[in-house]
Design a protein. Structure first.
Lengths: 468, 254
């Protein structure tokens, strides 16, 4: 039989690639200087301590060097990145008040529609600022707060001050420091003790301006015995210049609380996505991460769970799809700090057309965490000979009686499996697509519905070739 | 009687992994005819080419037809791809069924049924039929929602093959050592499955080492394959002879 080529289509990007004319009201100069930081801070009307925090972060940024591992970041030139782009819109609770072009963008992304059918609250950020926010009235009555970070900084200053970048300190790494200096926008969620938010909240981050950075900060506090499902979506149209995303997510899951944090990242192929996410979980608390990385040119993303209270749990489910020109370095880390803490990490990565997908995990069990349980399962599928997949797990076990399991497989679609499906009457292209779909199925079933559909679309397969 | 499978002087080679250009001849001229309503058995020692015959009929890309003809219902099969042969009504029960993670048994069989019939299969009716067939094979219903063969025992995988055969209703079922590695009870269940499947409009071609399963079925014809050639043919009495004496008496029969 002659050589045949099978193409797994890329994610349909037309929807995301529609760019609006840049009508921003204000843009900072490109680059990173003290003056620029002071300017951003003044425009945002920061309290004094926040300005100081930003300036200190800048100092840390200047002291730290780029990571000496992972993807090459030398293409990123901070002198060319515009760190603050203020859209010409005020934050509002009514879509009618959102400028037409911005509203159209979110319409196309299906945000207002999802808000009506399946969400209890929505935040929409356009470039550096949040332009729309809403939350259902009954949640407000129960004391739930869901707003943009700027509003939270002024209306709930004490809470923000007590938590802001406490979990991810600026000195953590260079891009955490950068975030501390120039952060803008993002979401603040507070769920009071015992309150269960039954319907998800969703924030959507859209970066429209070319050559800009987006540095939104997400701070979520779920108090004792409360629960929340938070969804985050991100996208941007493609430009020929590098865009940068260096967000920061801090999740506080208190005793007996449960938080499910789902992210689907579909950045364009000119995006450097250097994002930091961390959760701390109290006694009997549960953090569930669902993480889909589909877009961007380069990604470095390793959500971390600090299991601080006895019996705290982490469930991590991730999928990464790297195609041509993409180097996606993703994974997860867990730090067991208390007895009987447990973690379950399950990831799938697919690489095609020369894309590179790396799974990186770190599991640490401290002396204070006897009887820790952790199971890591990462599977990679390479769809052709020019793509690459790696798995790089590390483990550091100090606690007694730890039960740690790790399974990693890297494979290709087996010819025998194709033959098996074909012997049942299923065509070759459908057989391949079934195998790929089956491969990501354990992850797809965890995704919010609209994103699961999107992921299924990406495994639509086209067969091309000749018999001879 | 209506001819289903007609094989004449079939020669099959397989690419030799050791030397890239070289290929090894495994079947050295086979003649075999299977009519509707018949059950045929192929016996033979390990390495005699039995599985190669099955794979060649099904169109496995690793096996190349070097000569002879292979027809199904009067139509040349050699130019057809595996899935096209399946749609013509040929089914292979694998010796080692593949595991397909993420695809449930129900989803797989329904997709396959749509592919072979070319019809949209209604879920409710399909489920009812699947449930009945599973009951027949003493498979727990919950297996319908499990991923294809993943975590199945050897016996469960074989039962799952028979389940697919019952659901897809092929005209010709090739069973490649479906009974191997099964205990007495499982063999009983599998042979009941074959009995349930078989009727005057279809046919079975069975490879086995185990003559026990054959006692349960009305075998029409036995072919003995050795070193890529059919060295003896006969009725069910041949089974008993081989059972007692082994293949030794056939050495040099060619």
């Amino acid at each position: 039989m002659a050589q045949e080529k099978t193409y797994i289509e890329d994610i349909e990007r037309t929807l995301y690639d529609i760019k609006n004319v840049d009508k921003s009201k204000y843009k900072s100069q490109s680059g990173l200087t003290e003056d620029i930081i002071r300017d951003i801070s003044a425009r945002k009307n920061d309290p004094e301590w926040m300005l100081e925090f930003r300036l200190k972060s800048l100092e840390v940024y200047n002291q730290l060097s780029l990571p000496n591992w992972g993807p090459d970041l030398s293409e990123l030139n901070m002198d060319e990145i515009v760190t603050y782009v203020q859209p010409d819109a005020k934050m509002t609770g009514s879509w009618d008040e959102v400028p037409e072009d911005i509203k159209d963008t979110f319409d196309r992304l299906g945000i207002p529609e999802a808000e009506q059918t399946s969400l209890a609250g929505v935040g929409a950020q356009y470039d550096s600022e949040v332009v729309y926010h809403s939350i259902q009235e009954d949640l407000v009555k129960q004391g739930v707060i869901y707003t943009d970070m700027e509003t939270a900084l002024h209306e709930h200053e004490e809470i923000v001050r007590d938590h802001f970048m406490k979990l991810v300190p600026p000195k953590d790494h260079k891009f955490a420091a950068l975030h501390g200096a120039v952060w803008s926008g993002g979401s603040f969620v507070y769920v009071p003790e015992g309150v269960h938010v039954e319907i998800p909240l969703q924030s959507y981050f859209r970066l429209n301006a070319a050559g800009a950075g987006q540095f939104e900060h997400t701070l979520i506090i779920v108090e004792k015995n409360a629960s929340l499902h938070f969804i985050e979506g991100c996208s941007a149209p493609k430009y020929n210049v590098t865009n940068l995303h260096a967000g920061c997510v801090e999740l506080f899951v208190n005793d007996g609380a449960r938080l499910r944090y789902s992210t689907i990242e579909n950045w364009s192929r000119n995006m450097m996505n250097l994002n930091t996410k961390r959760a701390v979980v109290g006694k009997d608390g549960v953090i569930e991460w669902v993480s889909g990385s589909f877009g961007s040119h380069v990604s470095m993303l390793y959500p971390c769970s600090v299991l601080k209270g006895e019996n705290a749990k982490c469930e991590f489910t991730g999928v990464t799809f790297a195609s041509k020109g993409q180097n996606l370095d993703t994974g997860a880390s867990v730090i067991h700090c208390a007895p009987h803490t447990s973690a379950n990490i399950s990831t799938r990565t697919i690489s095609k057309a020369g894309g590179k997908a790396t799974y990186r995990s770190a599991v640490k069990v401290t002396k204070n965490a006897p009887y820790a349980k952790c199971s890591v399962n990462c599977e990679s599928l390479m769809l052709d000979d020019i793509s690459r997949s790696d798995t790089l797990p590390t483990m550091d076990i100090e606690g007694d009686e730890a039960d740690i399991g790790h399974e990693a497989t890297i494979g290709r679609i087996s010819d025998e499996a194709i033959f098996y499906l074909m012997s049942r009457g299923i065509s070759e292209d459908e057989a391949r697509s079934m195998i790929v779909r089956g491969f990501v199925e354990p992850i797809a079933k965890e995704l919010p519905l609209e994103y699961a559909v999107e992921m299924n679309n990406l495994v639509n397969i086209e067969l091309e070739g000749t018999m001879g | 009687m209506e001819k289903l499978l007609n094989i004449k002087n079939l020669q099959v080679t397989v690419a030799d992994n050791e030397a890239e250009d070289a290929s090894k001849e495994i079947l050295k001229g086979i003649d075999l005819q299977v009519n509707k309503g018949e059950i045929h058995v192929v016996l033979g020692p390990n390495g005699s080419g039995k599985s190669t015959l099955m794979n060649a009929i099904m169109g496995h890309p690793k096996y190349e037809i070097a000569g002879g003809s292979l027809e199904f219902e009067g139509e040349d099969l050699t130019e057809l791809k595996t899935f096209e042969r399946a749609r013509k009504g040929i089914f292979l029960s694998f010796q080692t069924p593949e595991e397909i993670p993420g695809i449930t048994v129900e989803n797989m069989i329904r997709t396959a049924k749509q592919a072979v019939t070319g019809e949209n299969i209604k879920v409710v009716k399909f489920r009812r039929e699947l449930k009945a067939a599973m009951k027949e094979l003493q498979m727990d219903e919950s297996y319908a929602q499990r991923y294809m063969n993943v975590g199945f025992s050897g016996g469960e995988k074989k039962r799952n093959e028979i389940l697919q055969m019952l659901m897809l209703q092929p005209k010709l079922a090739l069973l490649d050592e479906t009974d191997s590695g099964l205990d007495v009870d499982a063999i009983q269940i599998v042979s009941n499955g074959v009995k349930k499947f078989h009727n005057e409009d279809n046919a079975c071609l069975i490879i086995t080492h185990n003559t026990r399963i054959l006692k349960q079925l009305n075998v029409d014809k036995v072919h003995v394959l050795m070193q890529g050639k059919i060295v003896a043919e006969g009725g069910p009495e041949l089974i008993e002879k081989i059972d007692k004496e082994g293949f030794g008496f056939l050495q040099g029969a060619e």
